[in-house]
Design a protein around this ligand. Structure first.
Ligand SMILES: [Zn+2]
Length: 340
């Protein structure tokens, strides 16, 4: 057991609160700063274990009480970012919660018990699709269980302010919708200082996982121009959106502060370009399922969760190539085989 509790850093007037998590990313960072006399918190942290105790100890070390925090902006629906939002609001009813329209819709849907059946049905649709992409029926069942399990770490909290792409709040914080890592993901850009709070969109050492969780029909209908099949394209477009803002410093929710945003964005784009090339060469005149490609690429010894992540990563690339007519598909025994 490590004794890692929490670390508080100050970078250019921004407090970084770093708390460990039992995931591969090792820790989650929240950011706290003052703007126009108001205290603004980016993300709310994880609702698991003694995380909340650590968060309140960090506030104490910063000599700030939850009562002093005026706004909390959520970057996306994942449990390590939105988990404690309800608790923070309960501790300070004057705290205003801001989240993107999609984040709110998904949170509302996933946390309502009456929707469990609908959620399982949507998960089943995804699982059936993944079976065609090569996983077994058993793995499909476990994916349905997984999707039904995660919302248990979420609690509903109605936002005080719903935000949208392009909104500018507090005169200078611009909301940038950056779908890719998740459908609802946003970054927050301080136009004056050119600081970017990137959530999970841009990280310093790893390329973020790209994918979608389950989405209810009515939301897919509301965003019907959004192509749910080509997530990598959305992700790359979202990277360009950020690059065009020319941020000076990126404050990501995991790993290190990024002082060379443009170079980091180029590296991530390069990584995807290489992966597209690698996948194309693996399936050159050699038809196989997406799952098989992921096993060749990431190995066969992965645990369930990581093998699902590996598959969705490969699938993101294959569907991107498919949209560009750079791969062909044949169907054999109910499975899709890709080749180039
Ligand atoms: Zn995330």
């Amino acid at each position: 057991m490590t004794s890692f509790k929490f670390i508080v850093n100050e970078i250019e007037g921004i407090y970084q609160i770093k708390i460990d998590v039992p995931f591969a990313v090792k820790y989650v960072c929240l950011f706290l700063f003052k703007l126009n006399g108001k205290n603004i918190l980016i993300d709310s942290g994880l609702n698991m274990g003694n995380w909340k105790k650590k968060l309140f100890s960090a506030f104490e070390e910063l000599n700030i009480s939850i009562q002093d925090i005026d706004y909390c902006i959520i970057t996306h629906l994942h449990t390590d970012h939105i988990g404690l939002v309800r608790l923070l609001k309960q501790k300070n009813p004057n705290l205003k919660i801001l989240m993107h329209d999609i984040t709110h819709e998904l949170l509302k849907w996933e946390t309502c018990d009456e929707n469990l059946k609908d959620l399982e049905q949507q998960a089943r649709k995804i699982a059936n699709q993944l079976i065609k992409y090569g996983i077994s029926e058993d793995q499909g069942d476990r994916i349905v269980q997984f999707f039904a399990y995660w919302p248990k770490f979420l609690q509903y909290q109605k936002p005080d302010i719903t935000i949208h792409d392009g909104d500018v709040i507090f005169d200078r914080l611009e909301i940038i919708w950056t779908p890719g890592h998740s459908f609802d993901h946003i970054c927050i850009f301080d136009k004056k200082k050119r600081y970017l709070f990137s959530g999970d969109h841009i990280l310093s050492r790893i390329t973020p996982h790209i994918g979608n969780f389950v989405v209810p029909n009515y939301l897919a209908e509301k965003y019907k121009d959004y192509d749910f099949n080509n997530i990598l394209k959305h992700y790359l477009t979202s990277l360009d959106k950020i690059d065009n803002l020319n941020p000076k410093i990126i404050f990501p929710a995991h790993q290190e502060i990024i002082y060379n945003p443009h170079e980091r964005i180029l590296q991530i784009k390069e990584h995807h370009k290489n992966r597209l090339a690698e996948i194309s060469s693996v399936i050159k005149d050699n038809p196989m399922t997406a799952y098989k490609v992921s096993q060749i690429h990431f190995g066969e010894d992965l645990d369930e969760m990581n093998s699902y992540m590996a598959l969705s990563e490969v699938l993101g690339h294959l569907l991107y190539l498919q949209a560009q007519n750079k791969v062909k598909i044949i169907e054999k025994n109910g499975k899709f085989l890709y080749y180039s």
